[in-house]
Each structure stands twice: as C-alpha cells, then as structure tokens.
Design a protein around this ligand. Structure first.
Ligand SMILES: C[S@@+](CC[C@H](N)C(=O)[O-])C[C@H]1O[C@@H](n2cnc3c(N)ncnc32)[C@H](O)[C@@H]1O
Length: 232
C-alpha cells in the first residue's frame, strides 16, 4: 500500500516537473510555435510588469552600443524581430540622437497591442507588423540594423530565422541578437548553443565582426556585421 502511494507521489512530482519545464522554463517551445505565441498572448498584459525594464540599463548596454554602429547613417531603418511589447523600438526612438525609423515585428497580436501606445507617439517613425520570424515580408538588404532580443530560443528554427534576418540586412548593416546562457539555457535540450558554437553559426551565415558581450545572467548580447559588397 505504502509502495503504491510512494510510486503515485513520484509520478505526480515527475509530471509536475515535466510541465514546469515544458511551460515555464522553455515557454512551450517543444510544443510548437502556436503554443509559444498563445502563451505570450495570454501573458502580454503582465509582461512589462514582470520584466521591470531599467531605462538606464537599456540605454547604456543596448541602445548606445547599437547607435554607435549606425553613426554613418543619418536616418537608419531598424527592424526588431520578436519585438514583444516594443522594448527596443521604444528605447531607440526615445534617444535624441536617433533620427531613423523602427519596425517591430512579432507573432503575438496581444504583445503588439501593448507596444502600440508606446510607439504611436512617434507617428511614421514607428511601425508594427504581426508576422512570424521566418519569411520576413521585406525585400533583401533594406535594413541598416536588425535586432532580436530574448527570443531566438523560442523560435521553431533559430537558424532559419537568423538567415532571414541576414537576408533583409543591408551589406555593412548590424545584427544584434541574444544568446541564452546560464543553467536554464542548458535545459533547452538539442537547442542550446555555447558561445563558441553560436558565434560559429553566425560566421557560417556570412557575418563578420561577431562579438559576444555578457549582458544579463540569462543572456549575452551578440553583435555582428554583414560584409560590404565586394566591388570589382
Ligand atoms: C521574451 S519575449 C521578447 C520580447 C522583446 N524582444 C523583449 O526583449 O522584451 C519573446 C517574444 O517572441 C515572440 N515570438 C515567439 N515566437 C515567435 C515567432 N516564431 N515569430 C515571431 N515572434 C515570436 C513572442 O510573441 C514574444 O513577444
């Protein structure tokens, strides 16, 4: 009788852990893209409260290093893939030295509807598109910078998404993405990449100047550049 009870307890604990890993740690990525997006739709109204972004940290660690790579462009065009509630576009557009336009793209309608009130004040300089991160609805080589923060690990295929980002980046343009790190990252079975492997992946996509920077406990920021076209 006691053995059956213990067995039941162990099974329940195992199931609980499995659900925790599937839904909380890996945010549904092993259950398919629709589940991931559905979960973001469900929690969109709480996202900013949970994340508590620090404006100064965003400015100094993300926005200014990005702007430093866009100096020679008077009015850069930036694409933020998986923009969520508009974190990167809002901080970028808030910078007095940024005179460009930002398009934020995300698959979750509700995340985008949280972003819009922050971005609509910038009128034509901000746009939002509801779309998944592959088959980006843009021509080749149109963006001066493409960013994707805290999202690659939730895409069905991060390499395909990166290929698309590189396609829409202009020659000489900047890619800014994040690499998941820390112990939770290692539980993304079959998807985790250490720094060396991640940088090698970006190089294999033709990018140069790949540079990882420690950003948060859970993420590195990774900058890279698409080479200029070689003139004959
Ligand atoms: C952790 S949030 C990051 C949002 C934002 N970049 C930030 O740093 O606050 C991940 C975002 O990825 C989006 N997302 C997940 N899978 C996606 C996909 N396949 N295509 C486009 N967006 C996706 C989610 O809707 C969510 O807004």
């Amino acid at each position: 009788m006691l053995n059956w009870f213990l067995l039941g307890l162990l099974l329940a604990a195992g199931l609980g852990l499995l659900l925790y890993w599937l839904l909380i740690v890996t945010e549904g990525v092993y259950l398919g893209r629709r589940i991931v997006v559905w979960m973001y739709d469900l929690t969109a109204h709480r996202y900013d409260r949970i994340k508590q972004f620090d404006g100064d940290a965003e400015r100094f660690l993300v926005i200014r290093p990005l702007l430093g790579r866009l100096l020679e462009r008077p009015a850069p065009l930036v694409l933020d893939v998986a923009t969520g509630t508009g974190r990167l576009p809002a901080h970028l557009l808030d910078e007095p030295t940024f005179n460009g336009c930002v398009i934020g793209l995300d698959a979750s309608a509700r995340m985008l509807s949280q972003a819009w009130p922050k971005l609509s004040v910038y009128h034509h300089r901000a746009n939002l598109v509801q779309q998944i991160a592959v088959d980006l609805p843009f021509a080749n080589g149109v963006f001066d910078a493409v960013s994707c923060l805290e999202a690659l690990e939730f895409f069905p295929d991060d390499t395909l998404a990166l290929l698309e980002m590189v396609r829409v980046l202009r020659p000489g343009g900047t890619l800014l993405v994040t690499r998941r790190r820390g112990w939770e990252a290692k539980t993304f079975v079959g998807r985790y990449r250490d720094q060396e492997t991640f940088e090698a992946l970006l190089s294999s996509l033709g990018l140069i100047g790949v540079e990882s920077r420690l950003w948060q406990i859970e993420y590195d920021l990774v900058f890279a550049r698409k080479p200029e076209m070689i003139k004959d």
